[in-house]
Design a protein around this ligand. Structure first.
Ligand code: AMP
Length: 504
């Protein structure tokens, strides 16, 4: 069975496999491209179109193309309804993407693919991880493991370098920013912390160029285009802003020529101007990196390597900002936009071997990588408590940074002697955070409890976090003996926003 990794990004998807030498390689898609844009175009009555063709179709009909939906994965909101009234959530879109990538891989490798390791941002909460597993399942893929993106890049790096190091993985992709601090020692990788910004990536840098161009266009032509009135202007601008950003990684000046309603502007953008427009975004990633290092109790002097990962690290300002704050020259040892996907395939080989399955490619056995990864939780897990003033907040049971998999048991007393029901709501979030700002995982509910003579801590709740970082819990009434599993309910999660329904 081939060892396959999927990196289903906010703006681009990649798939990889482990070759006969034991190294990971990208599987080109059916067009021969190494990356497939995370874009879907719908046309009534027809199979959805995915990737470059979806963006091309969407150029003329921007209202029919969907991009950046990974940003709202886990939300129940319907993003599209077809002519038959069938509605699609972000998870349904992910299913369409994964299915298209799976089919491309199967065609290239000439074998069926039904198991893989899938990467996710380190910061993903449980409902988004569950939506990823469900989307893959609906696409015909069993997720052997959900691997945090910076950890995946760390695996690719560690297997490449084979040195004892303390590594900061700085991962700026299309839609998310992740940073991990990890230690590599012999065949072991220990993740000390992972954190990030769920909605900060290359797309946000493009958006700054777009806003700048709209302002200049409006000043020059005395007309301000709007998304509602001028959708084609914005789909053209999105494409040109992306091209301008990429161009500014190589040269110091570029131009955007853009027209709307018979008027045209030529906007010159220098690298300096672009860096000024996006300074705060970059600073946010640097601050987040410094916070991650502080969380581990280390300082920059303890760090051996800064590993740059994700397509957006090709912006020269990233390297400069990190070198300035750390005194270290960041490295791109493995191709920055492939490292995550490479790590996923390598981890898949490890998982398959651990399951006793033969890891092969084209029928030939491959050498499996030998590495043990120790992961940590990227969010705390607690239970909802009521303060005297009635406010609801999170009381931490398993703090962020706990090594996984893990379990922890806690005991609670009932509030009243005559109480016959108990309900513990499990929250994913940090200590003291308001209930509404946390993700409600669900409730452990015990009913028909035998009344109690004297108060005691009779309700035992066991929290478990598995190797994917996913949470379960079970309750046990120590007096009556009843045991229940948590009822998971992701419909009341934190508020979501930021999906784009136009070509990006
Ligand atoms: P990834 O999620 O790793 O595939 O990264 C995708 C992001 O990298 C997108 O926002 C791209 O615009 C960005 N990107 C790719 N190449 C470059 C480049 N040469 N300069 C700046 N950004 C880039």
């Amino acid at each position: 069975m081939a060892a396959i990794g999927f990196d289903i990004g906010t703006t681009r998807c990649k798939a990889s496999f482990v070759d006969e030498t034991g190294r990971a390689q990208i599987v080109p898609n059916r067009r021969g491209d190494l990356f497939t844009p995370s874009a879907i175009f719908f046309e009534d009555g027809k199979r959805p179109i995915v990737g470059v063709e979806a963006l091309a179709e969407g150029f003329l009909q921007p209202e029919h193309v969907h991009t950046c939906f990974k940003r709202v994965l886990g939300s129940q909101e319907a993003l599209y309804a077809d002519a038959d009234g069938k509605t699609y959530t972000a998870m349904d879109f992910q299913t369409i993407l994964i299915k298209a990538i799976k089919e491309d891989v199967e065609a290239r490798l000439n074998e069926a693919v039904d198991e893989a390791v899938i990467t996710v941002p380190a910061n993903f909460k449980d409902h988004k991880k569950q939506a990823t597993i469900d989307a893959a399942k609906a696409a015909g893929i069993k997720t052997l493991k959900l691997l945090h993106e910076p950890t995946a890049a760390g695996i690719a790096h560690a297997l490449d370098k084979k040195q004892d190091q303390c590594v900061v993985v700085y991962d700026l992709g299309g839609g998310t920013f992740d940073v991990s601090v990890l230690e590599t020692k012999g065949d072991e990788i220990t993740v000390l912390t992972s954190t990030g910004r769920e909605k900060l990536g290359g797309e946000d840098f493009n958006a700054r160029i777009e806003t700048y161009v709209v302002e200049l266009f409006a000043a020059e032509n005395h007309y301000t285009p709007t998304l509602e009135a001028d959708p084609m202007f914005f789909s053209e601008l999105a494409e040109k802003a992306e091209q301008a950003k990429v161009a500014l990684s190589d040269k110091t000046t570029t131009r955007i020529v853009i027209g709307c309603r018979g008027q045209q502007s030529i906007v010159e953008i220098t690298r300096e101007k672009f860096q000024e427009l996006t300074k705060d975004l970059l600073q946010d990633t640097v601050d987040c990196t410094c916070e991650a290092i502080a969380e581990t109790g280390k300082t920059w002097s303890d760090i051996d390597v800064i590993l740059l990962v994700g397509g957006a690290v090709r912006m020269p300002a990233v390297e400069t900002a990190l070198a300035d704050v750390s005194g270290i020259s960041p490295r791109m040892n493995v191709e920055p936009d492939r490292a995550v996907c490479y790590g996923a395939a390598l981890q898949c080989a490890i998982e398959l071997e651990a399951m006793g399955k033969a890891v092969t490619i084209g029928g030939r056995a491959i050498p499996t990588p030998n590495v043990l990864v120790r992961e940590v939780t990227t969010h705390g897990v607690g239970c909802c408590v009521v303060a005297k003033d009635g406010t609801l907040s999170n009381a931490i049971i398993l703090p962020k940074g706990t090594a996984i998999p893990t379990t922890k048991t806690d005991r609670f007393a009932l509030q009243f002697d005559a109480q016959t029901e108990a309900r513990v709501e499990v929250l994913q979030g940090e200590e003291g955070q308001a209930r509404n700002a946390c993700l409600s995982i669900g409730c452990v509910e015990l009913a028909n409890l035998p009344p109690q003579q004297r108060p005691s801590k009779r309700i035992e709740v066991t929290y478990a976090i598995d190797h994917n970082g996913m949470i379960t819990a079970r309750g046990h009434d120590l007096i009556g003996g009843d045991q229940v599993e948590i009822r998971i309910d992701y419909s009341k999660g934190v508020e979501e926003s930021g999906v784009s329904q136009t070509a990006a």
